[in-house]
Ligand binder design. Structure first.
Ligand SMILES: Cc1ncc(COP(=O)(O)O)c(C=O)c1O
Length: 358
């Protein structure tokens, strides 16, 4: 039996958003990023809904093998590559493509006697100072990989650090650094994440790597989902399990951070931080109750959250309330919470059932 919380996943929204990515970068192939359990939406179901993608990208070998076992046939790229040489056998056997980003991985490949061809991507750090070879090392690294038998280079990639901010000069700089670093080779290039796809055409190149936009959350700081033509794929909903009239002066929840100035009809939802709804949402964070905006009252607890039902006539125990989705964007809740929608959807708890809708 459900506790009264669910995440409805709209498969048609995923397909719509993928097509939107393709239309935004019509000359590029699409590597759909489905890591972190499909950004919390469900790894296999998301990949199946995104069957028009040319490739998938995940973080670790386990997720990649899960996709293969589910019958996913596209290329699967491991964005952080292999973490241990012991993984290489499985990687080759399951036809996965690790990203090679560090010299220790080069050493490991040199020392391995690969019996099957391993296809790899090479990552260049164009300015983020995260993973990737320095641009000056790119020619040497590519040459070294080319000299290894049974290693095939599928492409070169880099990652953008500031593309969500259309006013930032960093993206143009990263784009230039990356292009110069790989100018001497003819491998397919990949730079654009979702903000790159939607905001920076020069980053499109041969492969785009959208994640967040596929799930229908705005990846651009100053644009809403609606501005960008994206459809939210996830609607997080919880049921009202109790309604009460709190008297004037009553303090609601742990710490009593909300005090009622008048008698207030309070609804209690079967949802809390144990489900991944953030504990630190402030008083007044919006929810959607029976076709109208409502608001959170007091602190979110592990399993329960109070909302203000004043002025919401006809609301009953058992009614569903949207915490984020088509009416209250995850990016709006994220803004109230001081985070990004990526974190909200990725942290949605395992105990929240995902309901897949066509
Ligand atoms: C290497 C890499 N490429 C692409 C993406 C997708 O980014 P976004 O979700 O902003 O589209 C990510 C996400 O973190 C990433 O780490």
């Amino acid at each position: 039996m459900s506790r009264g919380i669910r995440a409805r996943i709209d498969r048609s929204a995923l397909t719509h958003n993928l097509r939107h990515a393709k239309q935004s970068a019509p000359k590029s192939r699409v590597m759909a990023v489905v890591k972190a359990n499909g950004y919390g939406h469900g790894l296999v179901e998301v990949a199946q809904s995104l069957s028009e993608a040319d490739a998938f990208a995940v973080e670790d070998t386990g997720e990649a093998i899960t996709l293969r076992r589910a019958g996913i046939e596209q290329h699967i790229v491991l964005l952080s590559g292999f973490h241990d040489v012991d993984e290489l056998d499985a990687i080759a056997r399951w036809r996965l493509s690790p990203v090679i980003h560090d010299h220790w991985q080069m050493e490991a490949l040199r020392g391995e006697n690969l019996t099957e061809t391993l296809s790899v991507w090479v990552k260049i750090d164009s300015g983020m100072q995260r993973i990737g070879f320095f641009p000056r090392d790119a020619p040497r690294v590519l040459q070294a990989l080319e000299s290894l038998s049974n290693v095939r280079i599928d492409g070169v990639m880099s990652h953008l650090a500031n593309a969500d901010d259309l006013a930032s000069p960093a993206t143009r700089r990263q784009c230039r650094v990356f292009q110069e670093a790989v100018a001497g080779c003819s491998y397919p290039r990949s730079l654009a994440n979702s903000p790159g796809v939607l905001g920076w055409p020069a980053t499109h190149m041969e492969w785009i790597r959208p994640g967040m936009m596929l799930y229908g959350c705005s990846p651009l700081r100053d644009n809403t989902e609606a501005d960008l033509g994206l459809r939210p794929a996830m609607t997080l909903e919880s049921r009202i399990i109790a309604i009460k009239d709190a008297p004037a002066g009553a303090a609601i929840g742990y710490g009593g951070t909300w005090r009622c100035s008048a008698t207030t009809q309070v609804g209690v939802l079967a949802c809390g931080y144990g489900d991944g709804y953030p504990r630190h949402v402030p008083n007044g964070t919006p929810v959607w109750v029976n076709d109208r905006l409502g608001r959170i009252l007091g602190r979110v607890s592990m399993d329960l959250t109070a909302i203000d039902l004043s002025g919401h006539d006809g609301v009953r125990v058992g009614d569903w309330v949207e915490l984020w989705g088509g009416n209250v964007a995850a990016s709006l809740v994220a803004a109230y919470t001081g985070t990004i929608p990526y974190e909200l959807v990725c942290r949605l708890g395992n105990r929240v059932p995902r309901i897949y809708e066509p």
